[in-house]
Structures are given as C-alpha cells and as structure tokens.
Design a protein around this ligand. Structure first.
Ligand code: HEC
Length: 133
C-alpha cells in the first residue's frame, strides 16, 4: 500500500504548480496586451513629436529609457525653462500626471498636448514606455 503513505505535502504540489502556472500565464497575457495597445496609443498620440529611438529628438525629446529619467536631462534636446526647473523624475506616477495634463504638472512648459483622458490608454502607454530600454 505505498500510495496510502503519501504525505499531504506531496499531494499539494501539483495543485500549487498549476496555480502558479495559471497566474503567470494570465499575467503574461495581460502584460503583452497592454504593451501592444500602448504602442498604438503612442503612434496616434505621441509619435508626431517623439521618437522612441535613442538619441533621436523631434519636436520633443526621445522617449528612449524615459521611465526613471530626470526631466529635461537629454543634452541636445531643447527644453522650456519651467521643465528644466521642475526637478521631476519621470516615475510612472509623474508620467501619468504629465500625460493626463501636461500644462497642469508643468505650467508654462512647451509640450503642446492637451492630455490623454482615458486611464486605460494611459496605463497601456506607460506599459509600453517601460519597455523602451
Ligand atoms: C505636439 C508635440 C507633442 C506631442 C503630441 C507630445 N509631446 Fe511630449 N513633449 C513635447 C515637447 C516640445 C516637449 C518638451 C517640453 C518642455 O520642454 O516643456 C515634450 C516633453 C515630454 C516629456 C518630458 C521628457 C524629458 O526629457 O523630460 C515627456 C515624458 C513627454 N513629452 C511624453 C509625451 C507622451 C507620452 C506623449 C503622448 C501621449 C507626448 N509627449 C505628446 C512635444 C509633444
């Protein structure tokens, strides 16, 4: 009767593995969807003025590695004085506030963009920006 000697701890393992797999699969599926959607949002809302290529500035500075960067820190981009003086570091939180209402976070700044009202689109966009490294 070898089967009857199975410890509860051993019987738990397959269930635990299955749960972990399910969680990680659903996480990956959602993360991938957000990034793809965010890429589209970027193309429609931001690409006119921003490139995602390192060192390529258009009307606005490159968005390469923007998450975690200090505001107005790209040497050959031209920035407004209010943005230079803002002391902002582009955490996801600050980026969200800026994209919601650029003029509110940086009064007198020169990003001519009215803001993105949809919280879902902003979350997708932030997921995409976080991949630019
Ligand atoms: C009409 C052109 C235009 C559009 C559209 C635009 N931006 Fe900008 N953006 C600028 C300019 C110009 C600046 C510099 C602002 C300043 O110096 O005050 C800027 C600055 C920024 C900065 C600060 C970067 C740094 O190095 O400090 C971020 C972040 C940013 N934009 C993100 C976005 C995102 C995300 C979108 C799309 C939702 C967007 N912008 C849409 C022109 C634009």
């Amino acid at each position: 009767m070898k089967g009857a000697t199975m410890k509860p701890g051993i019987r738990l393992k397959p269930a635990l593995l299955f749960a972990l797999l399910a969680v990680s699969l659903s996480f990956q599926a959602r993360a991938a969807g957000n990034v793809e959607a965010g890429k589209d949002v970027f193309a429609t809302e931001c690409a006119e003025c921003h490139s995602v290529r390192e060192g390529k500035n258009k009307k606005g500075p490159s968005m390469f590695a923007v998450v975690g960067r200090k505001a107005a820190s790209i040497a050959d981009a031209t920035y407004s004085d209010p943005l230079k003086a803002s002391g902002i570091t582009w955490t996801p939180d600050r980026l969200d506030a800026y994209i919601t209402a650029p003029k509110k976070l940086v009064p007198g700044g020169k990003m001519k963009y009215d803001g993105l009202a949809s919280a879902t689109e902003r979350a997708d966009l932030l997921a995409y920006l976080a991949t630019l490294h």
